[in-house]
Each structure stands twice: as C-alpha cells, then as structure tokens.
Design a protein around this ligand. Structure first.
Ligand code: GLY
Ligand code: MN
Length: 463
C-alpha cells in the first residue's frame, strides 16, 4: 500500500476530472473454487487498489463528487469470522488508513445510490468483468445483469486511463520489484532447460519463485516447447534435446504491480543455425523497437517497424519475398508474427484491459488497424513519459495458419509457402522486455534478462 496521501490525491484528481455525480468503485469478492469456503487466491480489483489501496474482499468504494466525499462500504467481521480468520481491523480503521473518513455497512450502499439517482445525479462505473460485481451493480442500479456493461461510463474510463497510464516513481519501483522476481524466474528456467526435465517442473518452480517474492505470477505461466501456440498453458511434456522452449512469465509484487517477460531457450543449451537465424531476427526486431520507443512516437508505428525488421529478415532467409514495405502493408508478416508488439503494464499485466482496449491503447488520432495480426496490437497511441509497456515481437510457424493461407492464396506474392512448410515443427520464438518511456527516450525495467543467443546458451550450460 502507498501512503494515505497518495490515495487522497488520486481520488481528488479523479473528482476534478469527472466534475459531478457519484463514482462507484467495487472491490472484488472471494471467488469459490469448488465450494463456498474453498476459494481461489484472492485478487483485489486494480481500480479499487489504485484509488482505495485496500487489499481485502467485499469492499465497495464510492466517490461522491458533488459532496467532496469518499466512502467505503463493507461489513465488519463478527465473532465467528474472528474464530476462523483471527482478529481483524474494523472497516473504519481500514478506511482511515487510506484517507477515507466515512464508512458504512454494505447494506447501506443501495440507499446511497438510490438517493443519487433520485436526485438526478449521474452514476459512473467501469465495465465489471466479474460475475459477482455484475450482479452487485445490477442489484444496486436496477439494470439487468446482461445490460450492465453498456451503462459503463466513458468519461470515467477516460479519466482513469489518463491517470493510470502515467506511472509515478513509487509505481515504477513496484514494477521493478516485479521485474527483479521475473529475472530470477527466467534465469531459473534457463538453468533447468535440459532434456528429460518436465515442462511442469520448471513452470512449478517459477510459480514458487513468484509466490516467494510477491503475490504470485502476474498471469498463468506460458512455458512450452510448442511455442507456435501463442498462449500455451500445457506444461505436460518432457523437454527434448534440440527443441525451443518459450517461457512467457511474470511476477506480481506485493503491491500488485506486474512484470511480463518472454525468453526462448534452446533445450540442452545449443541453438542450431536454423534456430539462431530466426532468433536473431526476433532479437533485431526487439532491439529496433526499443531504439524507436520515445515520447511522441506512436506504438503503432513502432509495431510496424518491428514487422518490417521481421519481414526483411524472413526475406533474407527465403521465407518471404517481394517488397518488404509492401508485404507489411498487406499484412503478410502476420503469417509469422500474428500478434501485437506490446501492451501497457501496471497493476494489470495488460493494464486496464477490463475497460476495453480501444480506450486504453487508442484515441481519436490513432485508431486500430483492422488487419489480421496488427488488429491484435493492444497499444497503438502516442507514447508519453511514464508509460510502462512491453516490447514482445515473435516469429512462429503455425501449421494450421500456413495451411490456410496457402490453400486460400493469402499474400501468396509475399510468402514462399514451400520454404515455410519446411519449418513445421520449429515452434516459435518470442522475446519480451518491459520498458519505461522516459522524458527523452526509454529505459528497460529491471536488469535485462540474458537475450543474446550466446548469453542464453551460457546460462543453460551453467556458466
Ligand atoms: N504475457 C502474455 C501476454 O502479454 O499476452
Ligand atoms: Mn506481454
């Protein structure tokens, strides 16, 4: 938790941006795994964390803009709770710690909202992504659960995005803690990348590191030799000599800030020439993207420059053909690089994605490009100092996609399909760093995880 003043200041800034009405910020609830009292690991809602800081289930924050008042609605524990959970601070004490002077039991929340609606006030909330919160808002507001998201407040979304996009020094320090843990996770994965080791054994070890240093991983670990599946959570195979293992894994700090790194490791510690050729293209795309990252530049343009590095490298290897710029304009690179270059990162690994990516990654000036591959780019708009973003180009050989494009003749002027088919079974390569946009350029967050092929080989070999 940050200082009380941080939360008071954030709520005051939000009040000023919104101008009038009532802002509802629901916290998350415990979520049952298989019966009520056996719950998933509790994760507080990030918006609630940002404005109210309290990491407890069953709380509801209200910012009454017109009356200049912040409130927390939650129930105090009773004697039965104390028997099972131990003594707990009262809601009033918890609220006071984050500069909120008024608290009340949850049952009073409905009346507060009803009064505001009767007085003709606008009630603002962001789109709820959890069923419990959708139902809670539906009950309070009298809107059908299925309609609740469409009543979310665009002005509130835009105001929060404008604040959360710019990370302050304390937030960056939290992200760097998560990066330090991420570094340790990835070095460990490299050291364990030997034939015969189960993917699961490595994934579990990384999970343990994340839990031992913070609140766990920032998203389910992606660790696989079948890296052509972009988000592959199947860790059930023994490592085979000569294959490539993608590890896309990050940690969450105790303050709930994320890291998100990807490295690709040769099982057994030696890249083949064929692997190294592809690896070096992805590395060049990563380095090029980093060199272009600075305030005022659109991340859409950086993504397209990375795509050009990939298309040009693949042309040199005979996998692509024709004019590089034309091939990228036609989206031909997306056969091999079918995702975006990166996303915002902060309290969420894909920061604020619950608000709708269009509001986070785009604006009136920079609109999404509706073309396969680039359409997945989650951040396109102009970069500003304080943005924390990922830089994660990749090259993959996806059998079903190659087959489809060849059959349908998609981008046939730019793709050498026979050559592409000779890479089936190759898997994929992705290299991801976390980047802070500074006043003058950018800096990598955390110590850079070994990335040059020789460095990675050295770590696997135990040097
Ligand atoms: N690290 C997973 C992702 O960015 O989607
Ligand atoms: Mn990522």
């Amino acid at each position: 938790m940050f200082s009380k003043e941080t939360y008071i200041q954030r709520r005051a800034t939000l009040r000023n941006k919104i101008g009038s009405g009532l802002i509802l910020i629901p916290g998350n609830h415990e979520s049952p795994m298989n019966y009520t009292d056996n719950t998933y690991h509790f994760r507080q809602d990030s918006t609630f964390l940002y404005y109210f800081g309290l990491d407890l289930p069953g709380m509801f924050g209200v910012i009454d803009v017109d009356n200049n008042l912040d409130l927390i609605y939650a129930n105090d524990v009773d004697i039965e709770d104390i028997i099972w959970m131990g003594p707990q601070k009262s809601v009033a004490e918890q609220a006071f710690a984050v500069g909120v002077d008024v608290s009340a039991p949850l049952e009073k929340l409905g009346q507060t909202v009803e009064r505001a609606i009767k007085a003709g006030k606008r009630v603002h909330f962001t789109p709820p992504y959890r069923a419990e919160n959708q139902i809670q808002l539906s009950n309070i507001l009298g809107i059908k659960v299925s309609n609740i998201k469409q009543y979310a407040s665009l002005v509130l979304i835009q105001a929060i995005v404008s604040m959360r996009s710019i990370k302050d020094a304390a937030e960056i320090a939290e992200i760097e803690l998560a990066c330090d843990t991420g570094y340790e996770m990835h070095i460990t994965a490299m050291k364990m990348a030997h034939p015969g080791t189960m993917e699961q054994q490595i994934a579990g070890t990384l999970e343990g590191i994340a839990l031992s240093k913070g609140t766990g991983t920032s998203f389910p670990i992606i660790l696989t030799q079948n890296g052509e599946t972009l988000h592959n959570h199947n860790h059930s195979f023994p490592l085979e000599a000569g294959r490539l293992m993608i590890v896309d894994a990050g940690a969450e700090s105790n303050g709930h800030y994320a890291s998100d790194f990807t490295r690709t490791i040769p099982v057994g510690g030696k890249f083949s020439q064929k692997q190294k050729d592809i690896y070096n293209i992805v590395l060049a795309a990563n380095n090029k993207a980093f060199s272009l990252t600075k305030p005022g530049v659109t991340y859409q343009s950086v993504h397209l420059q990375a795509a050009r590095v990939i298309a040009s490298g693949l042309k040199e290897l005979g996998l692509m053909k024709g004019d590089v710029d034309e091939s990228v304009a036609n989206g031909a690179h997306a056969l091999f690089f079918p995702h975006g270059l990166g996303h915002m990162m902060g309290l969420d690994v894909h920061d604020m994605e619950d608000y709708g990516q269009i509001h986070v990654g785009y604006d009136n000036e920079i609109r999404p490009i509706d073309q396969f591959g680039t359409a997945y780019l989650r951040l396109g708009r102009r970069l500003q100092p304080g943005f924390v973003i990922t830089n994660e180009p990749g090259i993959y050989f996806i059998p079903a996609l190659i087959e489809k494009w060849e059959k349908e003749g998609i981008n046939k002027d730019f793709i050498n399909f026979d050559k592409a088919k000779s890479y089936l079974g190759f898997g994929g390569i992705r290299l991801e760093d976390n980047v802070l946009v500074t006043e003058t350029g950018a800096r990598l967050l955390g110590k850079r995880i070994p990335i040059n092929p020789e460095e990675v080989e050295g770590v696997v070999a135990g040097h």
